[in-house]
Design a binder for this molecule. Structure first.
Ligand code: HEC
Ligand code: CU
Length: 494
């Protein structure tokens, strides 16, 4: 009896092992990843690759499409573009944009790369694609003089998101002028489906004038060597993916961002304010990290980030080395439309005045020191005041000076100081809190005293008086000095 029982047990285990072996055999034959070698995959037919301008990416590759010969036509263009309002720069580009046109292929594809250097260009260029296995990533075979076209080909052996860039000497200068972009090599079988895909690349720029200095700016080699950029931006210029150019999404959608960093110098602490990355293909490779707040993207590197948007609003994309975001341009946004979900995010439930014991007010460092430049005319005062407004006041009172309902009163057409500019001066130098009425609307909040010189206060008040539908006029530094000395520590209810 005992013997029979153990015999039947053996039978059972042998047959289950057989099943296991058979299963293993089939999975390894059935396109099992371990056996697949893209180097050996047969290439079927040819196709002219669709390239897209940022922030767009070509459509996903049909997961059933065979490895194909992909013909990539990339034209280098050197042309003037806008860095930010009033500032132009001569960009060198792959395909006309910074970053250059996006290339999308799959592993196993053979790429026949045509690099065309426009006859009007002044410089020779080449291309190093990090997706290439071969000398210089293609650079050794693609040096192209203006008015020439070179051709080389490569087989995509590794899936991932890869940077490409120019590698012609001086390499740093070619990259600093915008010569970078990305190529996505999809794994065989493709990436999971998502609702929206976008293409973003950070880059640092070095201009002869300081940040914001108007006019045409040329490349500054000394600043580039010191790694001290005037601009750090997404997609080639300040505001390229912000404001009216914001990326769009709807509540409930899953978004995939192909994010790269062209450098030439800085690494990016890429972060989306108000979101958590559900998944990150770390460094653009195959490994996936989950639930990430900020992902580091090296110069010449990339990441694929995916997240679902649950609530409406503006999601701000930043390099979390935060001065770059708010002072040098590394700020973009995704405008998410759709219905609120109060379970996920309540919105503000309460806003009460809070005065710390001792009533110390926040102060911001004055931009200028003893060597302050004085305005020589009213026009100059207004111009200099515009700068103070932009860097200080508009954060609260908004760029159009219309304020924010119930929170920040309008400076536009404000009846609060219309007949007495001293009230505006008083608010700035002493701060202002308590109940005030502006244009018939009640505000009960607090404005901290602003740490500005008499000159700067005169400038910004004069600027405000002569803009936004206000009555005009001019305020002098002497007048500010008097109001400051009067010392009416900011109380509202005027
Ligand atoms: C941190 C946010 C903040 C900043 C920065 C700020 N303000 Fe204000 N400001 C306020 C708030 C809040 C009030 C209303 C205070 C109250 O309710 O008593 C106010 C009130 C005022 C008023 C009086 C009300 C009106 O609308 O006419 C003036 C004038 C004014 N601010 C000018 C400025 C100027 C000029 C600057 C830049 C130099 C500036 N503020 C910077 C928050 C700010
Ligand atoms: Cu180049």
């Amino acid at each position: 009896m005992g013997f029979e029982m153990s015999l039947s047990k053996i039978k059972v285990s042998v047959s289950s092992m057989l099943v296991l072996f058979v299963a293993l055999f089939f999975t390894s034959c059935d396109g099992g990843k371990s056996d697949y070698n893209p180097a050996n995959e047969k290439v079927v037919g040819e196709n002219i690759a669709e390239l897209t301008l940022p922030p767009n990416v070509p459509a996903p590759i049909d997961p059933h499409r065979a490895a194909t010969k992909q013909i990539v036509n990339m034209e280098v263009l050197e042309h003037e573009g806008t860095m930010t309002d009033g500032v132009t720069y001569t960009y060198w580009t792959f395909g006309g944009s910074v970053p250059g046109k996006f290339i999308r292929i799959r592993e196993g594809d053979e790429v026949e790369f045509h690099l065309k250097n426009h006859p009007d260009n002044k410089f020779a260029h080449n291309i190093d694609l990090h997706a290439v296995t071969g000398p210089g990533g293609g650079a050794a075979s693609s040096f192209t003089a203006p008015g020439h076209e070179t051709v080389f080909s490569f087989k995509a052996l590794n899936p991932g998101l890869f940077v490409y860039h120019c590698a012609t000497a001086p390499v740093g200068m070619h990259i600093a002028n915008g010569m970078y972009g990305m190529i996505l090599v999809e794994p065989k079988g493709g990436l999971p489906k998502v609702d929206k895909e976008y293409y973003i690349m950070q880059g640092d720029f070095y201009t002869s004038g300081r940040t914001g200095e108007a006019g045409h700016q040329s490349f500054d080699m000394d600043k580039a060597l010191a790694e001290n950029p005037d601009y750090v931006v997404f997609n080639g210029s300040v505001g390229a993916i912000a404001g009216d150019n914001s990326l769009k999404a709807k509540v409930g959608e899953t978004i995939r961002l192909y994010v790269g960093n062209g450098g030439p110098n800085l690494v990016s602490s890429f972060h989306v304010i108000g979101e958590i990355f559900d998944e990150v293909h770390v460094e653009g490779g195959t490994a996936i990290n989950k639930n990430v707040q900020t992902t580091l993207i090296p110069a010449g590197g990339a990441a694929i980030v995916t997240f679902k948007v649950e609530v409406p609003g503006s999601l701000h994309l930043v390099d979390h080395s935060i001065f770059r975001a708010f002072n040098k341009g590394a700020l973009g946004s995704i405008a998410v439309s759709g219905d609120e979900d109060k379970k996920v995010y309540s919105g503000m439930l309460e806003d009460k005045v809070y005065m710390a014991e001792g009533g110390r007010s926040l102060t911001l460092p004055s931009a200028k020191g003893a060597t302050e430049k004085l305005a020589g005319s009213k026009a100059e005062r207004i111009e200099m005041g515009a700068n103070v407004f932009k860097h200080l006041c508009q954060a609260c009172h908004q760029a159009d000076a219309k304020g924010m309902k119930g929170v920040f009163p309008p400076l536009a057409n404000s009846d609060y100081f219309a007949n007495d500019p001293n009230k505006a001066i008083d608010a700035i130098v002493h701060g202002l809190s308590g109940k005030i009425t502006v244009n018939g609307e009640v505000f009960n909040s607090a404005m901290p005293a602003q740490s500005l010189s008499d000159e700067e206060v005169a400038n910004v008040v004069t600027y405000v008086l002569n803009n936004f539908g206000n009555k005009g006029g001019e305020v002098s530094p002497e007048q500010v000095k008097k109001v400051r000395a009067s010392g009416t520590a900011g109380k509202g209810g005027h």
